[in-house]
Write a protein of this length. Structure first.
Length: 199
């Protein structure tokens, strides 16, 4: 069964913690089936949601605020509901469906581009692990604009951008909102990394 027909469930475990200490089957097991709504454990104690294997998934970008960009991989846990047959994949906090880059890497890119006003090419150097760039992309990074206009969904924001604002203004607003979710008393990029994993 492909991820397109599989429900995604987000864990509260941050992506870096998940990668370091891959959670056991019980630790990552969802509390209930997202399809039929029934609890993971039956009243008699038997399991309804069984472990259904592991799959690999790529994670691009720096692992930490001060880290170098990497082409990483992470293992995800899958579960099967014995009652309705639904399959589900559990993602750590900080990943999103159909995005190769971690949410922390995306938030970092938007902040570097909008708050720190770095040119797109410099942002790509700090966030993207891909070093080969075509001639038409030497001074830009189209992913920035795509991420900006999908940021509300990516970061679980409650409001869409207002009409008439520029792409960079939207990116700045998103970066401030993600920063506000991070812990106080740490460097801004560390705060941004933490805030990107809060939904």
């Amino acid at each position: 069964m492909s991820e397109a027909t599989t429900s995604l469930i987000y864990s509260s475990i941050p992506v870096n913690s998940w990668a370091i200490l891959f959670p056991e089957v019980e630790a990552a097991r969802p509390s209930h089936c997202p399809s039929c709504g029934k609890a993971a454990h039956r009243q008699d104690g038997r399991l309804r949601l069984h472990g259904h294997g592991v799959r690999q998934r790529g994670v691009w970008g720096p692992e930490t605020a001060a880290g170098e960009p990497e082409l990483g991989e992470i293992r995800l846990r899958r579960y099967l509901c014995l009652d309705c047959g639904a399959c589900m994949t559990v993602l750590p906090a900080g990943l999103a469906r159909a995005y190769r880059y971690s949410l922390a890497a995306i938030a970092m890119a938007l902040a570097l581009w909008s708050l720190w006003r770095l040119p797109a090419a410099r942002v790509r150097e700090q966030v993207s692990p891909l070093r080969r760039v075509g001639p038409s992309e030497a001074t830009r990074w189209r992913s920035l604009r795509r991420w900006v206009w999908r940021a509300a969904k990516l970061f679980g924001l409650t409001t869409e951008p207002a009409a008439g604002v520029t792409t960079r203004e939207v990116a700045e607003r998103v970066a401030h909102l993600v920063l506000s979710r991070g812990p106080e008393g740490v460097a801004e990029l560390e705060r941004l990394f933490a805030g990107a994993q809060v939904r």
